[in-house]
Design a protein around this ligand. Structure first.
Ligand SMILES: NC(=O)c1ccc[n+]([C@@H]2O[C@H](COP(=O)([O-])OP(=O)(O)OC[C@H]3O[C@@H](n4cnc5c(N)ncnc54)[C@H](O)[C@@H]3O)[C@@H](O)[C@H]2O)c1
Length: 446
């Protein structure tokens, strides 16, 4: 499958369009200033007990934010080194190797789930069964089947679940989506989600399992293999077994914004096709580092999700930094009357007036949160849905999973967003779930 490539000249030409400043418009800042501050404890007794499962980089960061709103009562990790490091920061918390035991410790109300993707769902299902509220890192699931089960369980158990898609609580992304949803760029035609490229490397040799790490349990539901450092902490995301590269890692963020801007948060695309731009090295990271996925939606909008790619001197594909004018890691909405590009660093438009003009008459008002963790703790009290509730987390990562399945199969697929299955394609539908290795299957948390 061939996709059109932009030449260097075309890229430079496209950079000549008018760019607005990176700062947020004053009218939008004033609106944010009017909103109440994120929730703070009402009293010394209004501090939920927090358990962190997965004391790695992101889990530890999330916990430092959550600790403003509650008390850290438990820490859980299957790597004793990481558990000990976390315990040194929170000496009053109890420590656990098995999250099922940790969740039933007295005084535990909230779980922060910072495990790798292939453990998210079982930890979240166990938390629902233990009657706890959940802040779960994105991508919410490993498979679409996991997402369907999780949505059902969270709703039936009346739990609050916030997905760790913090761009939902970022003023820039909300502004972009609000403008698009209210017709500021005319009729929406195309969405481009540009993601960082992944790791390309290998082959990797196995080595002895580090002391204190329960490697069998770390692998959980996935097929068992010898220990390889690059499969474990941090870089697990570049392997099919545990994740789907940057397509689910960053895609869970930017494709979430794409759905938000399109107003299709409880739906999804109707067709997709995908292509890897660089084949993985046998014995190395198994998910392609660079790829391009195309989607079409029932309302006629098309969506390209691609790694930030430029052409090297010999025509070979190289990755970041992008050429001037090329859209860096972020989301670009293009409509009949202009475009808006938004990233974690800036918001730009084809005409500065698109951003400058206040949105006076709105038909769509998006849920406003300026503090993702604060929004979660506020919802624990109000029992309302947080800004990135379980349904949103599931549908956003479903877009990524659908693209990943198309990448795996290498042919166009039709998706039915109401039934949440591929149309007329039994092989693709088999990838909605994955075989789970016992004893780390759903029965593990039943
Ligand atoms: N929201 C964001 O911007 C953002 C940024 C980075 C990472 N993340 C997400 O956070 C998650 C963790 O990423 P990371 O980079 O911190 O990974 P990491 O590998 O550094 O940490 C994961 C930790 O979980 C532990 N663990 C694994 N299985 C476990 C289990 N069954 N029980 C208890 N502990 C277990 C590991 O030992 C490890 O300490 C990923 O899903 C990732 O996508 C989100």
């Amino acid at each position: 499958m061939n996709f059109p490539r932009l030449s260097r000249r075309a890229l430079l030409r496209s950079s000549a369009v008018i760019l607005a400043g990176a700062a947020l418009p004053a009218w939008h800042e004033a609106e944010a200033a009017d909103r109440p501050a994120p929730t703070t404890p009402l009293s010394a007794n209004d501090r939920p007990g927090i358990l962190l499962v997965g004391c790695g980089g992101m889990g530890s960061h999330d916990l430092s934010l959550a600790a403003k709103f509650g008390d850290v009562v438990g820490l859980c990790d299957l790597d004793q080194t990481r558990l000990a490091k976390a315990a040194s920061l929170y000496p009053k918390a109890r420590t656990f190797a098995d999250f099922r035991e940790a969740m039933h410790a007295p005084g535990t109300h909230v779980v922060i789930n910072g495990t790798p993707d292939h453990w998210h769902t079982l930890v979240n299902l166990a938390a629902v069964r233990a009657g706890l509220d959940i802040y779960s890192e994105k991508p919410l699931t490993l498979t679409i089947d996991e997402g369907k089960r999780l949505v059902k369980a969270v709703r039936a158990g009346k739990r609050v679940l916030q997905t760790g898609s913090q761009q939902r609580s970022d003023k820039r992304f909300r502004l972009a989506c609000e403008l698009v949803r209210n017709g500021r760029i005319g009729r929406l035609r195309h969405v481009l989600t540009s993601l960082p490229s992944g790791q390309h490397g290998g082959p990797f040799a196995s080595s002895p399992v580090p002391a204190g790490l329960d490697w069998d349990r770390w692998q959980g539901q996935t097929p068992t293999v010898d220990y390889v450092t690059q499969r474990c902490h941090g870089s697990f995301r570049y392997w099919w077994d545990y994740s789907a590269g940057t397509l689910t890692d960053w895609g869970a963020h930017h494709n979430d914004i794409a759905l938000w801007g399109m107003g299709l948060e409880d739906s999804g695309p109707v067709s997709t096709h995908a292509e890897a731009l660089l084949a993985p090295i046998p014995g190395g990271f198994s998910f392609p580092s660079t790829y391009r996925v195309e989607y079409a939606y029932a309302n006629g909008v098309t969506h390209t999700c691609q790694t930030v790619v430029t052409e090297g001197p010999a025509g070979n594909v190289i990755t970041e930094p992008p050429l001037p004018g090329q859209m860096a890691n972020g989301v670009k909405f293009t409509g009949t009357d202009g475009w808006i590009f938004v990233s974690r660093l800036k918001i730009e438009a084809s005409d500065p007036e698109i951003l400058r003009e206040p949105l006076v008459r709105r038909t769509v008002n998006l849920a406003a949160s300026d503090n993702h963790m604060g929004n979660f703790f506020g919802c624990i009290r109000s029992r309302r849905d947080p800004v990135a509730h379980v349904g949103i987390g599931h549908r956003s990562v479903s877009v990524c999973h659908i693209g990943a399945i198309a990448l795996r199969l290498g042919r166009p697929l039709k998706w039915n967003p109401a039934r949440e299955e591929f149309t007329g394609d039994a092989e693709a539908n088999r990838w909605l779930a994955r075989a789970q290795r016992a004893p780390y299957d759903y029965a593990h948390v039943a």
